[in-house]
Design a protein around this ligand. Structure first.
Ligand code: PLP
Length: 285
């Protein structure tokens, strides 16, 4: 499998970084996961915008223009033997003597790899998945897509330990997001999701869901979602690059709504499936 590291395309097993890389020592870096369908990325410009924002928030110079990123990305995609891909890219502050403070004159490390995209199974789409809730104990910059994911790792493991697909997070009694996904609720026909803030990652998939809802005239509101509303929702969905949009049908062992994926989910899932194969038109779907 061919990956990209600091200017070179090479086999993944040959890619090496120095142990003093700040990504390794401090988690001092950012990343993106970009879904690719039949070699065409979905919402590529949204990923470049979020990458630039994450880098800016960490005061790491963006090593590439969007056009350069796109050229590297397309070459990586072209070099794989499979069409549906999940492209992972990471930029760290670089390699320097270990010290918390920013080093001077350091060059960011740039790494990209691609894996086959694994989307939800037909059974998961038809039956939905289960989720558990947990207290959101992450830092206050969840809007930065940082590689420092220890809290997310521990929170996701709670789901795995319960045989569930995702951990839904509550901070001070309000929904934030999932351990690696955004969360939408449906109540009385309206789609509800928390507004963007420092408490959650601005998902590229969730932006697409919002655009698809607008295009289809499905009512959607950005609002606080208290725990009581989360637990009495008619439908719950999670969204991410690899999960696409998936219904949560069991929350903490109790059925969500009727316990099956709801009608608004099914509508949205259809819209998403149509949009993902024609990404350039996705916003207008
Ligand atoms: C914490 C968190 N929230 C939301 C998302 C969804 O983002 P996207 O739709 O861009 O994959 C992710 C993706 O991995 C995530 O890790």
């Amino acid at each position: 499998m061919t990956c990209y590291l600091n200017g070179e395309f090479l086999p993944l097993e040959d890619a090496k970084i120095p142990v003093l890389d700040r990504g390794f020592l401090f988690g001092d870096g950012v990343y993106e996961v970009i879904p690719v369908y039949d070699r065409e990325p979905l919402r590529l410009e949204g990923h470049w915008a979020r990458l630039a924002r994450s880098l800016g928030e960490l005061r790491i110079d963006n090593p590439h223009t969007d056009a350069e990123w796109t050229a590297l990305f397309r070459e990586l995609v072209a070099r794989q033997s499979f069409g549906d891909q999940s492209v992972y890219l990471q930029v760290t502050r670089g390699v320097a003597k270990r010290d918390h403070a920013f080093p001077k004159d350091v060059r960011p490390t740039v790494f990209m790899m691609s894996n086959p995209l694994s989307t939800p199974t037909a059974t998961q789409v038809e039956q939905g998945v289960s989720a558990v809730t947990a207290t959101d104990n992450r830092w206050y910059r969840c809007d930065v897509k940082s590689t420092a994911l220890l809290a997310n790792v521990l929170l996701r493991q709670i789901a795995v330990d319960h045989g569930a697909a995702e951990t839904v997070l509550l901070r001070n009694g309000f929904l934030t997001e999932g351990s690696a996904s955004n969360v939408f609720a449906v109540k009385d026909g309206t789609i509800l999701t928390p507004a963007k803030s420092h408490l959650l990652l601005p998902g590229v998939t969730s932006d697409l869901i919002v655009d698809l809802a607008a295009g289809a005239h499905l009512p959607l509101q950005f609002c606080d979602v208290p725990e009581t509303l989360l637990r009495s929702a008619d439908e719950l969905w999670l969204t991410s690059a690899s999960r696409e949009v998936l219904a949560i049908t069991t929350l903490d062992g109790r059925p969500v709504g009727n316990g099956v994926p709801g009608p608004i989910f099914r509508r949205m899932h259809g819209l998403f499936q149509a949009a993902k194969r024609r990404p350039l038109n996705a916003a207008a779907a």
